[in-house]
Design a protein. Structure first.
Length: 100
């Protein structure tokens, strides 16, 4: 069975006084989720707005990703397919650790 959907993510960035704020909004047609992120320029560093945008945007998308993972875990639990230990969203899975 083929299944196709289009999910839209809009990313909004605002920079003011050395702080960049980002909002990532996911709309899948049934629900909307919003992630947020922030980046602040160290007063001793050169202010490069593009770097603040990248940091704030990545943090907003990471927040959105974590929310989406938690929603998937809740949905799995609702149908009786509870995942093994809670996922952290980072690090190496046990079967993919590099050899020492």
């Amino acid at each position: 069975m083929t299944h196709a959907e289009e999910w839209r993510v809009d990313l909004y960035l605002v920079e003011e006084d050395g702080t960049t704020r980002a909002r990532a909004v996911l709309d899948n047609g049934r629900t909307t989720m919003t992630g947020s992120g922030r980046a602040r320029c160290n007063p001793q560093d050169v202010d490069v707005p593009a770097i603040g945008d990248e940091l704030a945007a990545s943090r907003a998308m990471r927040d959105l990703s974590a929310q989406l993972m938690r929603a998937a875990d809740r949905d799995l639990a609702a149908v009786g397919a509870v995942p093994a230990p809670p996922r952290t969203g980072y690090g190496w899975p046990d079967d993919a650790r590099p050899e020492k």
